[in-house]
Write a protein that binds this ligand. Sequence first.
Ligand code: DGL
Length: 267
Amino acid sequence: MQANAPIGVIDSGVGGLTVAKEIMRLLPHEKLIYIGDNARCPYGPRPQAEVRKYTWQMARALMGKNIKLLVIACNTATAATLDSLQKQLPIPVIGVIFPGARAAMKASHDSQIAVLGTEGTVKSGAYEHALKSLKSSCQITQLACPKFVPLVESDEYEGEFARNMVRETLAPLKAEAFDTVILGCTHYPLLQRFIEKEVGPSVTVLSSAAETAKDVENHLRFQHMLAETGHKPVHKFYTSGSMAIFRSIIEKWLAIEHPDVRQIKFL
Ligand code: DGL
């Protein structure tokens, strides 16, 4: 495997771009190949076996492009598939749940943590497991927010409608005590300012993106696999859904002009 090989990044849709952005910021010489399975998004309400099948399809497609490391930039897919991918692929595989749990534990003063995620992630108990492995006495509140992903995927995450949706969804948190919120879905950072408004200024709201990027750097450094080139890489973005929406979101979020966007089909 070559140090200049690309890093693969996968998500059910555009959410993983929030993780890709942090990897690009931290490792500007690394080339990324991203797959968003927008045609089958959301993964959150699907049974784990189905999520596992779809995630494996994306991972196989990227293995065919000779990636040196795979980032599962989706909490739902991490919860369902991290173990099997780590066991069976010959390259390092990094998920977003443990980095998210670690970031929250560092930020929290009283170890009372709220996790917002998809139905699949919440049901899996993966955050509970990760947080308890870091501190067994921590208090965890979990809330599934199934309406958030469709808002982000349809590029409607900025207006009054989105704000009201966030307010309604987070209402059950009013009765809970916590000082830190984990955005346990990679789509949710796009709604962060509305979420922050709801939980108030005394609560830290964080995602796993920056911490995941640090994990990627550590893995590559440790294995002497950091890219050796000084050139600015040209990233590739594949979608199973609409190329036009995907392209406009990449241009807006990642500030890349004329991104290399391609179609990918899964059967
Ligand atoms: N971005 C995803 C996550 O982190 C998936 C959301 C979905 O497809 O439901 O969980």
